[in-house]
Every structure is written in structure tokens, then in C-alpha cells.
Design a protein around this ligand. Structure first.
Ligand code: AP5
Ligand code: MG
Length: 192
């Protein structure tokens, strides 16, 4: 199963990807986590990305695509993957389709987690207090939500228009949301 998780900041992509990884036994690939690891390690890429991420803006398409290609060719994605945080704009969506076509591993389904903005802000404020992630400050959260609406929301239509989108209500308990995702992945029983 090759699955893309879509959703605004705080919609639960990382939370659900952890559960899906266990269930599907495929790697969870989060471009945000790969970038945070590069920042922490102080690599040249991390140094370039740090300020952009702290402001809640998007790191350049070129940097992220290079990083993603390296990860997708690491040799452990033969049974699939869960992609979290990529694609984030239409250029990335097209680049991903081209890359996966080349690797003969097309996306099976994109699952969008739908959560309203007030709830997202509340969740991220909670995580700011609990974990202190650099981009969970109120200013960065505001910018991340704007970037999501301007650049990333069209990606939902990209998958809808190609018949690969499942929308899931992301409000409710974490296990409840997980069950909803699983039910969208279950094959539809044949009728007749
Ligand atoms: P990224 O790491 O992808 O962050 P994000 O999209 O802003 O999303 P979050 O990780 O904050 O939220 P999430 O949806 O994973 O929710 P979570 O499960 O954590 O990207 C960070 C930055 O990296 C970007 O801003 C950009 O700079 C850069 N970047 C990354 N990818 C890029 C790309 N492709 N191109 C360019 N730049 C890129 O949950 C959030 C909180 O809510 C948690 O505290 C959780 O416990 C809680 N929660 C989750 N589910 C529930 C629930 N059902 N009920 C109650 N609480 C819940
Ligand atoms: Mg996340």
C-alpha cells in the first residue's frame, strides 16, 4: 500500500501515520521529520531549512524533492510507504507522480484528514506547551495555516480529480479517526 496523508498542520498526520505504520508494516516517511533531523544534525541542508521552518514557510521544492528521492530509493519501500507532509503544493504533487512513475510505485490513495481551524490551533497550542516544537509558536502556526490554505489545499483537488482521494473526518478520538481511515482502505465488497 502506497499512501499519502494530507491535512492541515495539527490534523493528525503524524499521529495516524504511526498507527498505520504498525498496521500496514510499511515505513512512515515524514518530510517534516526528515527536515527536523537535518536541522538537529546541523547538515548543510538543515542549516538552509532552519529559519524557513521556524517561520512556518515551505522549504524549497528542490531541496525537499532531493531528500525524498533519497529516502524512497533507500530500499525498504518495496511493500509500500506512508507519506506524511509531502506533497505540499501542485509542483510537488506533479514531481511525486513523476518520481513514482519512474520507480514504478504509483500512489494508491491519498487520505485527507479534515479538522476545522479552531481545533487545529488548539491542538498545536497544546503541543507547543508539551513539546516546544520551534514552529508551534502562534506566529508560525498562523503562517503554516495560511500556507496550507494557499499552497497545499489545491493538492486535495489534484488527488480528487485523479480519483485517488479519500476524505476522513479527523475530529474525534485518535483510535476513532484511525478506524475511519482503515475503513477507507478496506476493499469495497463486490456486489452481486
Ligand atoms: P510537518 O512536520 O509536516 O508539519 P505540519 O504539516 O505543520 O503538521 P504537524 O506535524 O504539526 O501536524 P500533524 O498533522 O502531523 O499532526 P500531529 O499528529 O502531530 O512540517 C513542518 C515544516 O517542515 C513545514 O512547515 C515546512 O517548513 C517543512 N516541510 C515539511 N514538508 C515539506 C514539504 N513537502 N515542502 C516544503 N517544506 C516542507 O498532531 C498534532 C497535535 O494534535 C499533537 O499534539 C497530537 O497529539 C494531537 N492530536 C492528533 N490527533 C488528535 C485527535 N484525534 N484528537 C486530539 N488531539 C490530537
Ligand atoms: Mg506531523
Amino acid at each position: 500500500m502506497r499512501l499519502v496523508l494530507l491535512g492541515a498542520p495539527g490534523s493528525g498526520k503524524g499521529t495516524q501515520a504511526t498507527r498505520l505504520r504498525e498496521h500496514l508494516q510499511v515505513p512512515h516517511i515524514s518530510t517534516g521529520e526528515l527536515l527536523r533531523a537535518a536541522v538537529k544534525a546541523g547538515t548543510p541542508l538543515g542549516l538552509q531549512a532552519k529559519a524557513v521552518m521556524e517561520a512556518g514557510s515551505l522549504v524549497s521544492d528542490e531541496i525537499v524533492l532531493g531528500m525524498l528521492e533519497e529516502r524512497l530509493t533507500a530500499g525498504d519501500t518495496g511493500n509500500g510507504f506512508i507519506l506524511d507532509g509531502y506533497p505540499r503544493n501542485l509542483a510537488q504533487a506533479n514531481a511525486l507522480d513523476a518520481l513514482l512513475k519512474r520507480l514504478d510505485q504509483p500512489v494508491d490513495i491519498a487520505v485527507q484528514l479534515d479538522v476545522d481551524t479552531e481545533l487545529l490551533i488548539g491542538r498545536l497550542a497544546g503541543r507547543a506547551q508539551a513539546e516546544g516544537r520551534a514552529d508551534d509558536s502562534p506566529d508560525a502556526v498562523r503562517n503554516r495555516l495560511t500556507v496550507y490554505n494557499d499552497a497545499t489545499a489545491p493538492v486535495v483537488d489534484f488527488y480528487r480529480n485523479s480519483g485517488r482521494l479519500a476524505c476522513v473526518d479527523g475530529v474525534g478520538g485518535m483510535d476513532e479517526v484511525f478506524s475511519r481511515i482503515l475503513s477507507t482502505l478496506a476493499p469495497t465488497p463486490e456486489i452481486g
